[in-house]
Ligand binder design. Structure first.
Ligand SMILES: Cc1cc2nc3c(=O)[nH]c(=O)nc-3n(C[C@H](O)[C@H](O)[C@H](O)COP(=O)(O)OP(=O)(O)OC[C@H]3O[C@@H](n4cnc5c(N)ncnc54)[C@H](O)[C@@H]3O)c2cc1C
Length: 397
């Protein structure tokens, strides 16, 4: 009979590397990380590492060891309205090809076995172990399997079955430098054309930039429509997209009631859900990795592999509370009906709300702890809606 490993982590992206690093910190040595790709591998992404991602890397003993462009200002736009928000700590923009390969190298340097070109195709949960079948036909067994296998996660599929809300859709492409220089651009203007999300432009270390759109699934938008919004939106910034076009990728928005664990199985990162408001997921993946690593180490120590507390721990951790607050904000700002305009006026045109959000991005504040302040600010602004509406109308005319 095949030997039973302690932990198999499926996926060597930030969630898988983060989980492996945490298991190593907790003294768990019998860990195998699998990935169907060979590194360096690409992953469509804006590559923005927030202050929270920097903290999560530190806590895991991992380093940002690749070229990165620090950006200390976010420009938030809607029509002609623009507000620049200073970030107390910069967002570092990386290329995922470099970043993920560097994390894998760092984890391997700790002595963790990482097997690439190995796709997990099927899993079967038994009484004492989970059996995995790989694309090579090889069978593996583990006491615990961690699904760090991204949006198409086989572990997530096993836990969730059908989905109620469709996935977020994101498109990204690299372009020559932008006139906006080193600032990060978040442009919500395409919401007028039906986007429920925003267009971004993030500067890269070599002077180029990555640009993209994110669409929240409150309405249906097809790929050509989203690409058109990206193209037209960038044309307003004087950027012409190459005909090769942007690459699309789906992502599941985090929902606190979506299953994230079952006996002997955990999910982390995109397999558990991204930030529904921003589409941010790298910090989330690294923070989930810490929580999953701790849970797996505890299960091995106690022999209790049910993971009954994991969903609650994830929900109550800073990462879960921030994801839940952003889920609430996203459902309002990106709603299908006309109410979204009011929320653009309340949340995007408001200096206090943007300052609060900037502190969350920088990682200097936990926004979920400031919920009352946020709600009070939103309520105060609600009463000034007439003036806000005039500002909004002026911005789009
Ligand atoms: C266009 C776009 C822009 C984004 N911009 C940002 C941003 O600016 N900042 C930010 O923080 N987040 C951003 N995100 C989100 C971010 O990319 C993800 O949240 C992040 O990659 C999640 O990491 P992960 O490790 O969970 O998943 P992934 O990075 O997707 O890694 C999953 C790994 O699992 C492997 N795998 C999958 N299935 C199997 C299998 N069956 N067997 C073996 N291996 C498998 C894959 O090869 C992959 O390496 C963006 C996402 C998109 C799509």
């Amino acid at each position: 009979m095949a030997r039973i490993r302690d932990v198999v982590v499926i996926g060597a992206g930030p969630a898988g590397a983060g989980t492996a690093a945490r298991l190593h910190q907790r003294g768990v040595r019998d860990v195998l990380v699998l990935d169907r790709s060979r590194f360096p591998r690409d992953k469509p992404c804006g590559g923005g590492l927030t202050g929270r991602a920097a903290d999560a890397l530190d806590e895991l003993g991992l380093r940002l060891a690749v070229p990165h462009a620090p950006s200390g200002v976010a420009r938030v736009r809607f029509g002609t309205f623009e507000r620049a928000v200073a970030l107390a700590r910069p967002v570092n923009v990386i290329r995922r090809t470099d970043f993920d390969a560097s994390l894998v190298e760092q984890v391997e340097a700790l002595g963790v076995e990482v097997r690439t070109g190995a796709r997990a195709e099927a899993l079967d949960v038994g009484r004492d172990a989970v059996s995995l079948r790989l694309n090579s036909g090889e069978e593996l067994s583990a006491r615990i399997v961690v699904g760090a296998d991204g949006v198409g996660s086989i572990v997530r599929k096993r836990l969730c079955g059908g989905q109620r809300l469709g996935p977020h859709r994101l498109f990204v492409q690299e372009v020559e430098a932008l006139a906006s220089g080193r600032a990060m651009l978040y442009d919500f203007t395409p919401m007028r054309e039906g986007l429920r999300g925003y267009l971004w432009a993030f500067p890269l270390a070599d002077g180029r930039a990555n640009v993209g759109v994110m669409h929240y699934p409150s309405t249906r938008q097809d790929g050509p429509g989203l690409r058109r919004m990206l193209r037209d939106g960038l044309a307003r910034h004087g950027v012409e997209l190459s005909p090769r076009g942007a690459r699309g990728w789906p992502a599941w928005g985090y929902h606190p009631r979506a299953p994230v664990a079952a006996p002997r199985m955990l999910t982390v990162g995109d397999a558990a859900g991204i930030d529904a408001l921003t589409g941010e997921g790298i910090a989330v993946a690294l923070e989930h990795g810490q929580i999953a690593g701790d849970a797996a180490a505890r299960a091995l120590a106690t022999g209790d592999f049910r993971f009954a507390d994991y969903p609650r721990t994830l929900r109550h951790a800073v990462v879960g509370r921030e994801l839940n607050l952003d889920r609430w904000l996203a459902a309002r700002l990106y709603q299908a009906g006309p109410g979204w305009q009011r929320w653009v006026g309340l949340a995007l045109l408001d200096a206090d709300v943007l300052e609060l959000y900037a502190a969350r991005v920088a990682g200097t504040e936990v926004l979920a702890d400031q919920k009352l302040r946020l709600l009070q600010t939103l309520a105060r602004r609600w009463t000034q809606w007439r003036r806000r509406r005039l500002e909004l109308e002026a911005a789009v005319s």
